[in-house]
Ligand binder design. Structure first.
Ligand code: FMN
Length: 211
């Protein structure tokens, strides 16, 4: 008897892919709330105009099943925001070892800045999260010494609530709406792979794939 965390083998009845999709949403939602979950820190790829793909780790902040939308926070001055302004396509790679699951998501991003989306997210940020937006220089700016970029008074402590408000003007929320998702479940007994595509009307098309 093989024990697997995801029970898609116990029945031949379709829709087993519905079970898989449910599991995917559960993993994504766990990724938002559980800092130790692999899905908490996906890799996000943008398409810089210099060519190739630019990859970086981000923190998954919000998942919306209805809207098929993922969110992360960033600095409006960052290179990824520049990339997204020129080309809003973004892809995410998630992997969680415990769940033996990899997910690839292709999405289109909207960058929110100084609006109701950022205002609501900023309200919920802790002071040490807010400090991340208080660097004087742009992220990625060359420096002659190993700098945190933070003003001297904030090197060793969190800002006060009042001080932290200075960071708001640099704070951005990237909301990525997706219509393409690929799932890979890795297990010793034989991997499983499936694709989920949504049409512009929201119709779901799914298929198993050979891993
Ligand atoms: C664990 C971890 C979490 C991170 N989370 C974020 C994040 O949520 N948002 C972000 O902009 N950068 C985050 N970063 C930093 C990015 O990976 C990247 O270095 C930075 O944003 C600059 O990327 P860019 O120059 O491509 O814009 C994180 C890095 C690590 C290692």
């Amino acid at each position: 008897m093989v024990t697997m965390p995801l029970d898609i083998w116990s029945s031949d009845d379709e829709p087993r892919l519905g079970v898989v999709l449910d599991e995917i949403w559960t993993l994504l939602e766990e990724g938002v709330t559980d800092r130790r979950h692999g899905f908490h820190t996906p890799v996000a790829a943008t398409l810089p105009d210099s060519g190739g793909a630019a990859l970086r780790t981000v923190v998954l902040r919000h998942v919306d099943r209805e809207a098929r939308c993922l969110r992360f926070h960033t600095d409006i001055r960052s290179k990824k925001v520049q990339d997204l302004k020129a080309d809003p396509r973004i892809s995410f790679l998630f992997y969680d070892r415990g769940a033996q699951t990899q997910i690839r998501v292709d999405a289109v991003a909207t960058v929110s800045h100084k609006d109701e989306v950022t205002a609501a997210a900023w309200e919920k940020l802790t002071l040490d999260n807010r400090r991340e937006y208080m660097a004087a220089e742009h992220p990625g700016e060359p420096s002659a010494w190993p700098t945190s970029g933070l003003p001297p008074e904030l090197q060793e402590r969190d800002p006060t609530l009042e001080e932290s408000e200075k960071g708001y003007k640099e704070f951005a929320v990237v909301s990525a709406s997706f219509s393409k998702l690929e799932w890979l479940y890795v297990c010793h007994e034989g991997h499983r792979r499936a694709r989920f595509d949504w049409t512009a009307e929201g119709e779901l098309d799914t298929t198993w794939l050979v891993p």
